[in-house]
Design a protein around this ligand. Structure first.
Ligand SMILES: Cc1cc2nc3c(=O)[nH]c(=O)nc-3n(C[C@H](O)[C@H](O)[C@H](O)COP(=O)(O)OP(=O)(O)OC[C@H]3O[C@@H](n4cnc5c(N)ncnc54)[C@H](O)[C@@H]3O)c2cc1C
Ligand code: SF4
Length: 327
């Protein structure tokens, strides 16, 4: 690991200043991703600014929205009665993530900013456009069973690993930030970026911009939401495919819905076309097949991950059936 300065910030303003004055500086929350990347040599910040003393933990309810502070721990959010009751998909996604020990350390902001689990990104001997722009992509002709089929480019096919981000996308959440240029509100759907020709740029945050929290609307759909995660083993494993669904169901008819997908795309993935096919209907398996087909229409699978097109369609049908929305 390369040497670095360590400073614990006492205020949000101090944290932003300390990171802002060094291009190579990084925030640290739980450290469960950053420290691993530093040990692997995939990241080498010259200054690490600890934000754990900032007043950014906790969950509050205010006029139809729930605010989750960026430093709230994954385990605390998953266990919170308001989260479990009013947005179960968030609790389920968190409980399906990592291990109890990691969830006790890791914070919400850090979760949304965790880096891909593509093995080549973490292996400094391999070419990787995300780690070293312009160096190539070892996954294209290498091991890519876990990789993306949607939102891919010739530069990068890595999936985004966060389960929480998929759940928040299905709930139309907003990411709250504070930076050198003041506060910003970024809709979750615009927060993460597809790789294109800039695979190293994964989200819209500017240098030193701090996530302060996440805002989630309290809706009937959010209260009727669910997460399904398919993975190679039942625990302590990232998604091969995941689906988050929020449904507003009246008399067996879908009045409104949101669908988001993980494990299949380079960012948490929403398909409005799939949603449009299901809105206003009494659902049948044929409707779900058509929605699934719309979801993967633009997929670009490779040899080892072509199975994901079928698996994600089955996961969608399975989840909607579990939610009691199939005729
Ligand atoms: C063995 C293992 C298994 C895992 N399995 C899963 C899984 O199944 N699903 C899943 O979703 N995740 C999984 N994870 C990832 C884990 O959830 C993340 O490591 C964790 O959420 C990161 O949070 P953190 O607070 O530790 O972030 P840190 O490691 O402290 O930071 C991560 C990044 O975010 C930045 N950062 C942190 N907080 C802020 C902020 N408020 N504003 C701006 N920048 C910030 C840091 O600079 C760094 O770049 C796993 C991790 C491990 C180690
Ligand atoms: S898929 Fe992306 S992260 Fe993985 S090696 Fe290629 S460029 Fe790097």
């Amino acid at each position: 690991m390369r040497t670095f300065d360590y400073t614990a910030a006492r205020t949000v303003e101090e944290a932003i200043r300390l990171v802002g004055e060094r291009p190579g500086a990084a925030y640290i929350a739980g450290g469960t991703d950053l420290l691993n990347l530093m040990k692997d040599g995939a990241r080498a910040p010259d200054r690490v600014v600890d934000i754990n003393a900032l007043p950014l933990a906790g969950i509050t309810q205010d006029r139809g929205v729930l605010r989750i502070g960026a430093l709230s721990r994954m385990s605390a959010v998953a266990a919170h009665p308001l989260i479990r009751r009013s947005m179960p998909v968030v609790a389920q996604a968190l409980l399906a993530s990592a291990s109890p020990q990691v969830r006790n350390m890791a914070a919400i902001g850090g979760n949304l900013l965790q880096r891909t689990r593509c093995g080549y990104f973490r292996d400094t001997a391999a070419p990787c456009n995300k780690r070293v722009p312009g160096s190539g992509c070892a996954a294209l002709d290498g091991e890519h069973r876990q990789h993306a089929i949607l939102g891919v480019s010739q530069d990068c096919i890595a999936t985004h690993p966060s389960d929480l981000a998929v759940a928040l996308l299905a709930l139309d959440a907003t990411v709250l930030t504070q930076g050198p240029d003041g506060p910003r509100r970024v809709p979750m759907r615009d927060f993460h970026l597809v790789p294109g020709t800039t695979a190293d740029r994964e989200n819209v945050l500017r240098h030193a911009e701090l996530i302060t929290g996440v805002e989630v609307p309290l809706t009937a759909m959010a209260a009727r939401s669910r997460y399904l995660k398919l993975r190679d083993r039942a625990t302590f494993e990232f998604a091969v495919v995941s689906v988050a669904a929020a449904l507003d169901l009246r008399g067996g008819q879908v009045r409104d819905l949101r669908l988001a997908f993980g494990g299949v795309a380079t960012k948490p993935w929403r398909s409005e076309e799939a949603e449009d096919r299901l809105r206003g209907r009494r659902l049948t398996t044929a409707d779900l097949d058509a929605a699934g087909a719309a979801l993967v229409r633009d997929a670009v699978p490779r040899e080892q991950n072509a199975f994901k097109s079928t698996l994600v369609r089955r996961a969608l049908t399975g989840l909607v059936e579990e939610m009691g929305a199939l005729r």
